[in-house]
Design a protein around this ligand. Structure first.
Ligand code: HEC
Length: 136
């Protein structure tokens, strides 16, 4: 652990002033990340609306869209196992939601919405703990 920190500090210092372009090159562009994350909020709000109105076709559409968003390159703000696990849980809720919608199971879709929302909260708590990946 301490060794890893040393390596990354040394890496940062070593790279300083030499290859400014390389620094953070593998990190997603914060503006693109923000736009993607905003689409997520948008779709999740529409998902709630569709559930309230019992519009299962729209439920499936927004669940699909949210799933696609989670597969974009900009989604991978953190390259950690924990972030992967949060992302997987989130996708499972979305897949279960889509399936419930296709099966015309409104109650099931509503329950999945709760699981999905817990997924938003859990991952965001993690993101807050880590600090933003691009903030240096
Ligand atoms: C696997 C992790 C993860 C999950 C699950 C997740 N998010 Fe996010 N979210 C992020 C990250 C990473 C950011 C960007 C970091 C930041 O701005 O602090 C973010 C940022 C956001 C933002 C801020 C965008 C801006 O304007 O800066 C909103 C809004 C948001 N998420 C909504 C949601 C909603 C709604 C859900 C659930 C439907 C959700 N997120 C689920 C990781 C996640």
């Amino acid at each position: 652990m301490a060794f890893g920190v040393l390596i990354s500090v040394a890496g940062t210092l070593g790279g300083y002033g030499q290859e400014p372009k390389k620094k953070g090159a593998d990190k997603p562009d914060p503006k693109k990340v923000q736009a993607l994350m905003r689409r997520k909020l948008d779709n999740s709000q529409k998902l709630l609306e569709a559930l309230i109105l019992n519009d299962l076709k729209k439920v499936a559409e927004h669940a699909d869209e949210l799933n696609q968003i989670s597969k974009a390159a900009e989604w991978k703000v953190f390259k950690t196992r924990d972030y992967e696990v949060f992302s997987d849980d989130y996708r499972h809720s979305l897949e279960a939601m889509r399936k419930a919608a296709k099966d015309k199971n409104l109650e099931g879709a509503k329950l999945n919405y709760l699981g999905l929302t817990m997924g938003c909260f859990n991952c965001h708590a993690y993101v807050r703990d880590q600090g933003m990946a691009w903030a240096e």
